[in-house]
Design a protein around this ligand. Structure first.
Ligand SMILES: CC(C)=CCC[C@@H](C)[C@H]1CC[C@H]2C3=C(CC[C@]12C)[C@@]1(C)CC[C@H](O)C[C@@H]1CC3
Length: 359
């Protein structure tokens, strides 16, 4: 059967991802409301089961969404606080510069990117600061695409990729000057495991910083609505256990890192909130590129595309499983927009820390 789906969105990849969410059957978007109830009330037992397979869930998720992310958002798979007068892309650059400044990245440092995606931030730091970056990702697709984009950017040798698990880093002790992560550690059900690995591969005095997805201190597990949004976030984004800010603080301390900066970068966003994109609110779009990025995340766009897919499925031009991708994108956008507005969620909560000298 001829298919209008790009080759990368193979049926196998879709089936693999949705199988992890067994409470979420392969249903068409017309059942979004039914699914919302099921996903929102996923059981702790089901979450624990997924957490045991967290690396696989994340790999299957990224195999499914990565080409779409790159087409729709660009090479940097992260959110950003807005900077007045700048587009989303330029706000990202300003944010990455600020991240590098706060962290203390310096020219010539050997730096590790934990969960590097296709290497967007790695290439930015190589160009902005002059560091040498090694990126690690568990996705083969990310490594191959990352290498191609790095070659195009003329940064071969300065930015390299390794396929592997950031919970078991394939690097020697004390071999990096710094390690960082952008919206990637949330895929590990216990981020402390990654903190310990980062600590091991850092030289004494080495820097460790990340800006990541977290349920903020406002999140209250006793509130049903809060739990529902957290569960939606997990399903829509391939996360098996959203970490709490307090767990991050405790984990860094327990590992031995000295934290010198903690800040929810969401609070820096101006003139609009960071979540204006996933909210699909084009009001703060700076240019046509912003408009398109944001519009693709709007309920209207997802609804219209959902209808279009249904017609294509009906006439046999598209497999019916494609409708689930639309479901996932719906949760992906709505969950973080609502969580961000409620203040119970941030995707850009930053910590910067140091491994003590002499350790
Ligand atoms: C999931 C994590 C931890 C990080 C990725 C953050 C963002 C880069 C993505 C989150 C939601 C994504 C969506 C898109 C691009 C990448 C994100 C903003 C699309 C706009 C790509 C084009 C599709 O048609 C709609 C997508 C909606 C979600």
């Amino acid at each position: 059967m001829a298919s209008l789906l790009p080759e990368d969105y193979s049926l196998d990849r879709m089936r693999r991802y949705y199988a992890h969410f067994s409470s979420t059957p392969m249903t068409p978007t017309s059942k979004i409301r039914t699914d919302a109830a099921t996903i929102g009330t996923t059981t702790e037992a089901a979450r624990l089961e997924r957490q045991r397979k967290a690396a696989q869930v994340a790999e299957d998720y990224y195999d499914l969404v990565s080409p779409m992310y790159e087409n729709g958002w660009g090479q940097r798979f992260h959110y950003t606080p807005l900077t007045p007068g700048l587009s989303i892309s330029d706000s990202m650059t300003a944010y990455e510069k600020e991240f590098a400044r706060i962290t203390g990245l310096k020219k010539g440092m050997r730096v590790l990117d934990l969960g590097c995606g296709v290497g967007g931030p790695a290439r930015s730091f190589a160009q902005l600061v002059g560091v040498e970056v090694v990126g690690i990702t568990n996705s083969k697709w990310h490594v191959e695409r990352g290498q191609a984009l790095t070659k195009e950017a003329g940064l071969e040798g300065q930015v390299t990729f390794v396929q592997g698990d950031y919970m078991h880093l394939p690097f020697e002790d004390a071999s990096f000057d710094a390690a960082y992560a952008f919206e990637a550690l949330c895929y590990c059900p216990d981020p402390t495991v990654v903190y310990k690995e980062a600590y091991r591969v850092l030289k004494p005095g080495g820097l460790f910083a990340f800006a990541d997805w977290t349920m903020t201190d406002k999140f209250d597990v006793t509130q049903k609505e809060h739990l529902k949004i957290r569960n939606w976030i997990e399903y829509g984004n391939g996360v098996t256990r959203m970490p709490l800010v307090q767990e991050m603080r405790d984990g860094l301390k327990k590992t031995g890192f000295e934290v010198f900066h903690e800040e929810d970068m969401a609070h820096r966003s101006s003139p609009g909130p960071w979540y204006y994109g996933p909210a699909g609110n084009v009001r703060w779009a700076h240019d046509w590129q912003d408009f398109w990025k944001v519009f693709q995340m709007s309920p209207l766009f997802l609804f219209v595309v959902g209808i279009a897919y249904r017609i294509l499925v009906f006439v046999g031009l598209c497999p019916k499983e494609a409708l689930n991708v639309m479901d996932t994108m719906w949760y992906c956008c709505r969950s973080v927009a609502i969580g961000g507005k409620m203040g119970i969620f941030s995707p850009i909560y930053m910590f910067a820390s140091r491994k003590p000298d002499g350790k």
